[in-house]
Design a protein around this ligand. Structure first.
Ligand code: HAM
Length: 483
């Protein structure tokens, strides 16, 4: 009861999450690519271009003419520490909660997505990269991860494994959206999916996993949650909603007028100033849920209370994919700037009908996906926390023979679990010592011709400048003692 009161109390003040719909239809057939689509994001001055999809603040670069496609972005080594941290946390959570790793193909039969995500959705209608391959098969680049995992679950007879079957992935997704901050045409998601668990505790645990992933990375997360019930409940609600908006049609923006016929639930997502007040007065789906659906939702909320995952109820959260039933949720940072305020870090929900819809036995399922680029953007605000520790030892070589020996020694040191800096391209000792200095290593090992002959190596203490000669076969225990 207390929860229900809470839900009602929140009804009036909920914010709606806007999914900006690209303006033009963009189903690709390779031969008919419109010329305008080939223009780069930033009109370049000759010879001085920013790479497409570059971050604000990146220096313009000279280029050879070819660039990444509009809305696509190179992920460069300079940001690897953030991606490593994110993946590292995801892998630990996956292992602890017993999720197996799955990777499905990037290309699938296009029907997989039309049948699961839904024909009337923005993703299928406007954003999917669809084309005929050389065998004239109609294929699509993966726009989201769930459908492929469901296909694999059915195809590999995972219905016959002990349930629940739990899988996770990280993969790139392609959506031909209008590029803007935090919205790319290729993005990456980490996704977790659970098959064969009908209990609300599965939903609660998944929400808690995503919450932990984000908060362990230092992001203060806001969880927004709603229930959209089962299709019959939703159908009755949509009738009510459509009736409500029809009566106010003349006040709606042009996009919403179209949504009224095609996908009325998406009216709740509109951020146009004229439409917002209408939404505040709109009927709310929670009032159209059956008793079992309400009970399911209440139990989930109680599980979240037990898990101490804070959430807010968002009666207008409907999500942009058709396969959901019952629970839907999204994750936002509490510290969003105005530009990214509408960008969810992740989202998910229950999809109890999808396995059957794609040809499997009826199987309850639930999952979430988080956007890796958007999370990395958050992490980049705290670079010091993710800076990689430099090595404590540097290995310098002098002469070709020493370089060969250094190759081998590096391998041995690596096998002993030591991190050692080196630069095989530099030939002068001074240049190598400069690098060692910059890396602030404690010791530099110097291997020259004489040491090669003697089977020794020089160990230079970088702070005092003192040097010792050590038997090269004893260098590992020597260093281990020093470090
Ligand atoms: P989604 O909400 O479409 O859900 O995407 C999940 C997350 O991917 C978003 O919250 C966002 O962080 C990120 N994302 C989506 N589109 C873009 C883009 N164009 N650029 C950058 N990031 C983006 C799904 O895809 C569902 N498959 C999630 C799910 C898994 N539901 C159940 N299981």
């Amino acid at each position: 009861m207390a929860k229900k009161k809470k839900m009602n109390k929140q009804k009036a003040k909920k914010k709606v999450v806007k999914k900006t719909a690209p303006k033009k239809r963009a189903v690709f057939v390779a031969k008919k690519m419109p010329v305008a689509e080939k223009k780069p994001v930033i009109a370049p001055a000759v010879g001085e271009q920013k790479p497409t999809g570059a971050e604000e603040g990146d220096a313009p670069q000279k280029h050879s003419g070819l660039q990444a496609l509009r809305g696509m972005k190179d992920i460069l080594p300079k940001e690897d520490q953030y991606w490593y941290a994110l993946l590292d946390h995801a892998i630990r959570l996956a292992q602890f909660y017993e999720f197996g790793w799955i990777q499905t193909p990037l290309l699938e039969d296009a029907r997989l997505y039309t049948r699961s995500i839904g024909k009337g959705t923005d993703i299928v209608e406007k954003e999917m990269y669809v084309f005929e391959d050389r065998d004239m098969e109609r294929v699509a680049l993966r726009p989201e991860g769930t459908a492929g995992v469901v296909r694999a679950y059915i195809q590999h007879g995972m219905l016959n494994l002990p349930q629940p079957v739990k899988m996770w992935y990280f993969a790139s997704m392609f959506r031909h959206e209008r590029p803007q901050k935090g919205r790319y045409r290729e993005h990456h998601q980490i996704g977790f999916e659970v098959f064969g668990d009908p209990s609300p505790s599965a939903d609660a645990q998944l929400i808690a996993i995503a919450y932990t992933l984000l908060s362990d990375l230092g992001i203060s997360v806001e969880v927004r949650i709603n229930s959209i019930g089962m299709p019959d409940e939703r159908a009755r609600y949509i009738m009510e909603l459509t009736g409500y908006y029809r009566a106010k049609r003349s006040y709606l923006c042009e996009d919403c007028k179209k949504r009224l016929n095609r996908n009325p639930l998406r009216l709740l997502d509109c951020k146009e100033e004229g439409c917002k007040p209408l939404r505040d007065e709109a009927p709310q789906i929670v009032d159209w849920l059956s008793e079992p659906s309400k009970k399911f939702f209440m139990e989930l909320l109680e599980d979240l209370d037990e898990l101490q995952v804070p959430y807010s109820l968002d009666p207008f959260l409907v999500r942009g994919l058709d396969y959901y039933s019952h629970t839907v949720f999204e994750f936002y940072t509490k510290e969003q700037d105005a530009e990214t305020a509408q960008s969810a870090l992740g989202g998910g929900g229950r999809y109890d009908l999808l396995v059957e819809q794609l040809g499997g036995r009826p199987t309850p399922a639930v999952g979430f996906g988080v956007g890796m680029e958007r999370i990395v953007t958050e992490l980049k605000k705290r670079p010091d926390e993710f800076a990689q520790k430099p090595p404590t030892v540097f290995l310098a070589h002098l002469g070709q023979g020493a370089r060969r020996k250094a190759l081998r020694l590096l391998q041995d040191l690596h096998a002993e679990g030591m991190r050692v800096g080196f630069n095989l391209a530099k030939t002068s000792l001074k240049a190598q010592l400069d690098i060692a200095d910059k890396q602030k290593v404690l010791y530099t090992l110097i291997l020259g011709q004489k040491e090669m002959m003697d089977g020794t190596i020089i160990v230079r203490d970088m702070e005092s400048g003192a040097q010792e000669i050590v038997d090269v076969t004893k260098i590992v225990p020597f260093l281990k003692k020093k470090l």
